[in-house]
Design a protein around this ligand. Structure first.
Ligand code: ADP
Ligand code: MG
Length: 264
């Protein structure tokens, strides 16, 4: 059966001199169009490696990634990435950071005026239109992540790849940004693959949670459907039995069956 995004028997081995480490072993996952899938697992299990393979930034050792039945093995605007540490260009304004991506993707298909409007539209989507002329150093960490999300969305990617996008933020900013991402997903229906190690974040945002076993040679241990209606409200969910059951399941997986072993 063909899926929108298919990770097909992906394995990854890093070699350093004579030593080889198998980080990922035989990862297969199909993601539907419009689906929000989270990948959760302990630090170092290979989550970022998997995301980078889908992004085309790291080559798979075995297997491959298909997007709409086409193999992807190099980076492209159809797969936009938002990293934990906002990767904005510090010498450009908020506007120009987004505009740069818009110009790259749409210079052939949108006029200058349209590219301007599209840049502003995406900044407004993440409530950053007011800060268009500021430089990254002049805005908060949460705002930088918003701009990173605007830049990614502005590319109209087929898949949005988020690598712990809220990981470096304080709890309140994090909650606020999670809510924004939920609203955006509801509105735009984009396909999202998000890496996280936060159980509540995974349950709140996802349609499905993919739980990875500890490395080396990490695999998909379990996949959980999060059968919670959208739009979701964080406060109401706190007492929702389905929410609590999902949360419990992920916690059990991570902290009993695949307890984190601190590397020596
Ligand atoms: N370029 C690389 N070369 C060698 N080893 C790497 C490289 N990138 C990641 N690794 C190793 O792969 C494992 C998984 O890393 P990573 O995917 O970053 O984990 P996670 O994102 O789950 O914390 C780690 O043991 C890490 O040291
Ligand atoms: Mg990582």
């Amino acid at each position: 059966m063909s899926a929108y995004l298919k990770i097909d028997h992906v394995g990854k081995t890093f070699s350093r001199g004579a030593s080889e480490t198998e980080v990922l072993a035989d990862i297969t996952l199909a993601v539907d169009k419009g689906e929000y899938v989270s990948i959760i697992g302990h630090s170092g299990c290979g989550k970022s490696t998997l995301l980078n393979i889908v992004a085309g930034l790291t080559p798979a050792t075995t297997g491959g990634v298909l997007l709409e039945d086409r193999e992807v093995n190099s980076p492209g605007p159809d797969r936009a990435v938002v990293f934990q540490n906002h990767s904005l260009l510090p010498w450009l304004t908020v506007y120009d950071n987004v505009r740069l991506a818009v110009d790259k993707v749409f210079s052939g298909s949108k006029s200058r005026a349209e590219r301007h409007d599209w840049t502003m539209h995406n900044l407004d989507l993440v409530q950053m239109g007011h800060a268009r002329d500021k430089r990254p150093a002049e805005v908060s960490g949460g705002m930088k992540q918003r701009v990173g999300i605007a830049r990614a969305l502005a590319m109209e990617p087929k898949v949005l790849l988020l690598d712990e996008p809220f990981g470096a933020l304080d709890a309140l900013t994090r909650a606020h940004l999670q809510d924004s991402v939920m609203v955006l997903h509801q509105k735009l229906q984009n396909t999202v693959m998000m890496i996280t190690h936060d159980v509540d974040e995974a349950v709140l945002l996802s349609d499905r949670i993919v739980m990875m076993t500890n490395g080396p040679a990490a695999k998909i241990g379990e996949v959980l459907d999060v059968a919670l209606a959208r739009p979701r409200k964080r406060l109401e969910l706190a007492a929702n039995p389905t929410y609590l059951k999902c949360r419990q399941r992920v916690l059990e997986f991570l902290y009993e069956r695949h307890r984190f072993v601190e590397a020596a």
